[in-house]
Design a protein around this ligand. Sequence first.
Ligand code: COA
Length: 161
Amino acid sequence: MEIIPLTDEDRVSVRMLELACIREYVETIMEQNWEDFDQEVRQKLGASASGSFSHYRDAGLSFVAKESNKVVGFIFAQIIPWISGIEKAVWVENMGVDPEFRRMGIGYLLMRRLAEEGKKKGANVIHSSISPDNISSLLLHKKLNFLAEDRKIAYLDLSDI
Ligand SMILES: CC(C)(COP(=O)(O)OP(=O)(O)OC[C@H]1O[C@@H](n2cnc3c(N)ncnc32)[C@H](O)[C@@H]1OP(=O)(O)O)[C@@H](O)C(=O)NCCC(=O)NCCS
């Protein structure tokens, strides 16, 4: 398994995986019917949507996890110059792992790689949006030592990375 920067080669497979993760979230956590979202709305969902893919690719902080050249995980992120009074924060837009490859440490490795690369680019903190109902995501952030007191945004101080 390798964690590598997102490239155009991954565009189709990462799109399919991100949409599958969003669909899972909609159906299991939001308890809504995926079919109720019309095609136009679905096309705009996620960081891999055609309008934002290139932005995240070029921001240099988006990565895919590949197993035998298959995309099995992704993280889309960027540096925001100022957020909540903090200069240079990494903002995590979305991450996900193929259900067949979960609990193998891939989400952890994606976030660690992001933390290392973000720090190299001068970021001081990672901001990541979390949902209190998403236990896997919450526990992943906890394992990485994010502070998530309000259970909506989790923060990771990069001085210890
Ligand atoms: C959240 C998600 C990315 C985690 O990816 P993953 O590769 O399965 O996570 P890891 O295997 O790296 O897990 C790291 C740690 O997170 C915690 N964790 C992750 N999933 C867990 C689960 N289902 N139950 C309990 N703990 C879990 C554990 O502490 C785990 O460490 P351990 O295996 O040593 O106990 C994955 O579940 C996913 O894609 N979910 C759907 C999309 C999503 O919710 N994205 C998050 C948006 S912020």
